[in-house]
Every structure is written in C-alpha cells, then in structure tokens.
Design a binder for this molecule. Structure first.
Ligand code: GCU
Length: 420
C-alpha cells in the first residue's frame, strides 16, 4: 500500500516537473512541414470533396487508427438497456431526467455504463450535448436522485483513506463545469457518463472494455489496437447508438463535447463517427487539437511516458520523432469536415499549446473550403475572449485549464449558429 502511494506521488511530481521543464519558447520551435490535407499519399492533389471523401479521408482515418489511437478490434453492440429512473420534474421543473443503464455482454463478461440524460421539457425533440464526466454522474449536478455507479463505489473502496469520498460528499462536486440549467434554457439536452465505466484511466488493460476482444491468453491490445482514448471514443459511439433510439432526442443534432483527455476523446469519436453533428474540444492539447510538430508545452514523448495507456503502442515510435508522423492533429480536425467543430483554449493552459490548437484549426480550413464552408478565415491569433465562429470555431479565454460558464456560452452560441 505504501509503495502504491509512493508511486502515485512520484508520478504526480514527475508530471508537474515535466510541465515546468517543457519548452514554451516559440523561437525554439524547429522548422517543420505539416502533411498537406489535400495531397494523397500517392502525391496526387485532392481537388473535390468527392476525392476527399473517397480517398484522402479514409487514408487519414486509417493512419490515425494504426499509428495514433489504435484500431477497435471488433464489433460489439449494446446487449440491452434499462431506464433505471425517469422524472418529468427535474431542474426546477424545467427538465426531464432519465438515467439509463447500457449493458454490454460477451461470453462471461459484462460491463454496465450509466448515462444521465437531461432534456428540456419544452422542446419536442431536443438537440443535445453528449460529454463524459471525470468524477461520476452524481458530481455533475446537485441532485439527490442521480444514481451513483458501482464503478465509482469500487474506485472509492480502493482509494487511499485521505482521498476517499462518500457518495453524498461527491454530489455536485464538479458542477462548475456543467451549467445544466443554462443548457436546458437554451433548448439543448445534456447526456453524460462517467468515463471510467468504459475503461478505468490507468495503465492496465485487464479491466474495462479491452478484454472483451481478447483472444485466448491475450493480455493487452496489439501494437496497432486501441488504447484508452479509442476505448472511450467507442463508448461515445455506443451512447450515440442509444440516443438515436430515444424519441425525445433530435438524433440529427447530437454534439459530442469533451475537456482535456476527454477532449482528445471527443475529437477522435467525432472524426470516426459521422453521426455526430458537431464536435467540441475544450483544452484538449497534445494528442487532441494541438499540433505535435510545434513541440510546445506537452510533447508526444511526455504524454506517452506519463499516460502510456492512452494511445496505441505504435504511437511510441514518434517520441521525439514528430517529423516522422504521417499525420498531425490538423488532420484530425479535417476528418470532422464539413461538420462544425469548435476548439476552445485557455490562456494559462500553455501545457496544451493554445496557439498550436489555433493552427490546427487554421490548417484544417482548406478541407472546409472544399465544401464551400468557412473555416477560421484568419491566420491572426485572436485576443483573449474574442471567439471566432464560422463552421470552425475557436477561442482562447482568460484563465486556466478548466471548463467554465464562458466556454459553455460560446458552445451554445456556436451550436445555435450552426445547427438551429
Ligand atoms: C494532463 C495531460 C494532458 C491532459 C490532462 C487532462 O495534464 O498531460 O494531456 O489533457 O492531463 O486530461 O486533464
């Protein structure tokens, strides 16, 4: 137990240390060339949206699968779902609350994931934000009816005494990141689930969804197969499978959103699953919206060292070797075209490289132009709190790595602009 504590403390210190020692100096960025979104690996130019869709898009998608996040090794549908609870009178009577358990079964394995769905009462079929939460569904809102999951309870049982939380102490703990009433008042629903129910966020492939696809004696995914980010992204597409069946949801207007590691996840889910009508990345940084070749803030090697379970094993070959990558993150944004994508940065979150996030959006813009859509339309990095909103949106707000009410206000405006 003492050893475990020591290892946790040590890795925390290492990450902080890495953040202090990383390069933040623009003048130290080596020259780099980004892969051109509109040139096929064969060298042929992509001049139409048809060639983009038929040839370049699949090519890029497969490079991200094989080299970055890892392929999903098979198919698995939701085995069953159950509405555990429903109320027509949530959030001061404004909203419908539904709690749905999605169950996945394969041979002797079973996994439950709990989706909390809040829908505005006065909208017949609501557009909706789908986003993972970091701390358990009950941390999102102050609402005694929100159920606490088995996975969350188990995690508490294994936690160190000084970190243990009682379910009641955890209620609403993360609510500053979730202005649910504001979302409901704007006519949107919110569906959220606890990401560790799909796959616990640790370097251990014996738990979560990964083992469902192992062959006999296999203990971890193959080098080109899914890490945790791909597994979490898979979970979002399964939530989508359920939401498509919910009569109260407008399935053509489901927006996938995520913060930080879950922002990386939202981008990867949105890139693969074109049923998502819009994608939002909040402070997703390295392996998310920011360009790896800038080597500013968090680098691929730092991320792979501190979180070896996030990407596929093949991604390790790009540690301190960014120029060898056949992709960079602007191509992940391009995979979302022509659907609206919003990228949000924070001024004090230099670890996530706001400028690199902006440049990804800028360098994905030519693909939006193929569809006659507007991308960023400026190469001037905006002032703080001056959002740019076309089919690509971007802002850098004041403050630190977080999701704030300001961020949500921009997401809602951007959704109104693009989906309503
Ligand atoms: C760390 C990590 C980032 C990640 C963040 C988070 O800071 O280095 O890559 O985005 O955690 O998920 O909170």
């Amino acid at each position: 137990m003492k050893l475990k504590l020591l290892i946790t403390l040590l890795s925390f210190v290492l990450v902080l240390n890495a953040q202090n020692q990383a390069n933040y100096d623009e003048s130290k960025i080596p020259d780099y060339t980004l892969p051109d979104p509109l040139v096929l690996l064969s060298g042929q130019k992509v001049k139409t949206s048809e060639i983009w869709e038929q040839e370049r898009r699949p090519e890029i998608l497969s490079l991200f699968e094989e080299q970055v996040y890892g392929k999903i090794p098979g198919e698995l549908d939701i085995t069953s779902y159950e509405i555990l609870e429903e109320s027509q009178d949530a959030f001061n009577g404004k909203a419908i609350r539904k709690q749905v358990k999605l169950t996945f079964e394969k041979q002797d394995k079973k996994l439950d994931v709990n989706l909390l769905v809040c829908l505005p009462k006065n909208v017949k079929k609501a557009p909706l934000f789908l986003a993972y939460n970091f701390g358990g569904n009950q941390t999102v809102v102050d609402d005694k009816e929100v159920l606490v999951s088995e996975v969350w309870l188990q995690k508490q049982a294994n936690a160190k005494d000084e970190n243990k939380l009682e379910p009641e102490q955890s209620r609403g703990k993360g609510k500053s990141r979730w202005p649910v009433e504001k979302i409901i008042d704007a006519g949107y629903g919110l569906a959220t689930m606890y990401y560790e129910e799909i796959d616990p966020d640790k370097n251990d492939f014996s738990d979560g969804i990964h083992p469902f696809f192992y062959t006999e004696n296999q203990t971890r995914p193959a080098d080109n197969e899914w890490g945790a980010i791909s597994a979490w992204a898979w979970g979002l597409t399964k939530a989508m499978d359920y939401l498509e069946k919910d009569e109260a949801v407008d399935k053509s207007k489901i927006i996938v959103m995520g913060h930080s590691r879950l922002g990386k996840t939202a981008l990867w889910a949105g890139a693969q699953d074109q049923r998502f009508a819009m994608v939002i990345s909040n402070n997703s940084g390295c392996g998310g919206a920011s360009l790896s070749r800038r080597r500013i803030g968090e680098s691929i090697s730092e991320m792979n060292k501190n979180f070896p379970h996030w990407c596929c094993k093949n991604f390790d070959s790009y540690n301190n070797n960014e120029d060898a990558l056949p992709v960079d993150q602007h191509l992940l944004i391009a995979l979302i075209a022509p659907r609206p994508i919003y990228i949000a940065s924070a001024e004090e979150d230099q670890w996530a490289d706001p400028k690199g996030e902006f440049l990804s959006a800028l360098n994905a813009t030519p693909v939006y132009h193929l569809y006659g859509k507007k991308g960023l339309e400026t190469d001037i990095f905006p002032d703080v709190n001056q959002p740019i909103q076309h089919t690509i949106g971007y802002h850098v707000r004041t403050g630190k790595h977080d999701v704030t009410e300001y961020d949500w206000e921009q997401f809602i405006k951007f959704a109104d602009l693009n989906l309503k």
